[in-house]
Design a protein around this ligand. Structure first.
Ligand code: NAD
Ligand code: IPM
Ligand code: MN
Length: 348
């Protein structure tokens, strides 16, 4: 008996609705081709809804997402009319925190040689950039703890024993399951005393994974090395803020935010799947946003729902579309969002 996966769709703000609607074409096509039942439910949350109703993510909607769906697909949240981004705090960060989606899984892979801005010593053709970032997703400075003391704004960074251990463990377990031989942990323990917990935990967990090299890089040095020699990295595990920054850097190495996918996961629970990019207000409504990040996010969704063959097929279709030169302007083409989505659909 086939079971329909219930997928809630929050298209969100700016280019979010455009890339999600476009990406759903190839995603539904891949689902049909591989016999995957998808039962999509569109939810209205985002800036328009917030400005009209003052509701960000109401409690019943949160409970529905927690209890009744198998996955959430989200476009982007962020709008210049909501300058303090309070709706994103409740919707995007709120879902990550309250659903305890502690793994933010962000792959960085070069899908076509001409997409990297890097030159020599390797030519683009010889580059094999392929690593994943395990970004801690429920702690760090993102919790927003701290205080305003007079004119001073104090932010606290939370690094709990359980929180640090579970993300490091997730990185090693994924590395082991995928035949990877190196995990790189990044912190700033030389300046931030609290980051000692990352070093101690990393050493302890790494000892359980013989056969996987455990290396450490301070985040400043890692940023440099990622530009100089990205191919030596396989799995990077780091805190919430550093993971946010490194994942945009990673995206920049392989074609930019128009191609970067992510999954917010808690093994065994429904995940939240979203492109790494934001709402790109300047592009919104022009029909030229790149939908590939959203399509590749669909591949992560299929993978998590237990349909790796559909995931691989979507990735193949994107790679072929890139090779055929059907590209939006962010990656040097003249195609529209819809052209790209249609080409990916045809490649399926
Ligand atoms: P952004 O990702 O929206 O845009 C950064 C740059 O990348 C811009 O030049 C943009 O045009 C380009 N870009 C992004 N996605 C693209 C795509 N699919 N196709 C082509 N070009 C693309 O980041 P920002 O400008 O820093 O933020 C804009 C808003 O989005 C802010 O409100 C921010 O808080 C929010 N944001 C939301 C998310 C999310 O919902 N997951 C992620 C990042 C930023
Ligand atoms: C991301 C975004 C978010 C983050 C913002 C919009 C809160 O940049 O998903 O990478 O910092 O996590
Ligand atoms: Mn980000």
């Amino acid at each position: 008996m086939t079971h329909d996966h219930r997928v809630a769709v929050i298209a969100g703000d700016g280019i979010g609705p455009e890339v999600i609607e476009a990406a759903l074409g190839p995603i539904e096509r891949a689902a049909a081709k591989h016999g995957v039942g998808l039962d999509l439910e569109r939810l209205p949350y985002g800036a328009d809804h917030y400005l009209a109703t003052r509701e960000t993510l109401p409690e019943p909607a949160f409970r529905h997402l927690r209890d009744d769906v198998d996955a959430i697909l989200l476009g982007a949240i962020g709008d210049p009319r909501v300058p303090a981004n309070e709706h994103a705090r409740d919707i995007l960060l709120g879902l990550r925190f309250k659903l305890d989606l502690y793994v933010n899984f962000r792959p960085v892979r070069l899908l076509h040689p001409d997409l990297t801005p890097l030159r020599g010593p390797l030519s683009g053709k010889d580059r094999r950039i392929d690593f994943v970032i395990f970004r801690e997703n429920t702690e760090g400075v993102y919790l927003g703890r701290g205080r305003i003391a007079g004119t001073d704004y104090v932010a606290e960074e939370v690094n709990t024993a359980a929180g640090v251990e579970r993300i490091i463990r997730a990185a090693f377990e994924w590395a082991k399951a995928h035949g990877k031989t190196r995990v790189t942990m990044s912190d700033k323990a030389n300046a931030v005393p609290a980051h000692r917990i990352w070093q101690e935990t990393f050493r302890r967990v790494a000892a359980e994974f013989s056969g996987i090299e455990a290396e450490h890089r301070y985040v400043d040095a890692l940023a440099m090395e990622l530009v100089r020699e990205p191919e030596r990295f396989q799995v990077i595990v780091t805190n919430n803020l550093f993971g946010d920054i490194l994942s945009d850097l990673g995206a920049g190495l392989v074609g930019g935010l128009g191609l970067a996918a992510s999954a917010n996961l808690h093994p065994g629970r429904a995940g939240l799947f979203e492109p790494v990019h934001g709402s790109a207000p300047a592009l919104a409504g022009k029909g030229i946003a790149n939908p590939m990040a959203a399509v590749l996010t669909g591949a992560l969704l299929f993978e998590q729902l237990g349909h790796p063959e559909a995931a691989r097929d979507l990735e193949r279709a994107v790679t072929e579309t890139l090779a055929a030169g059907v590209r939006t302007p962010d990656i040097g083409g003249t195609a529209t969002t819809a052209d790209v989505a249609q080409a990916i659909g045809r490649a399926l």
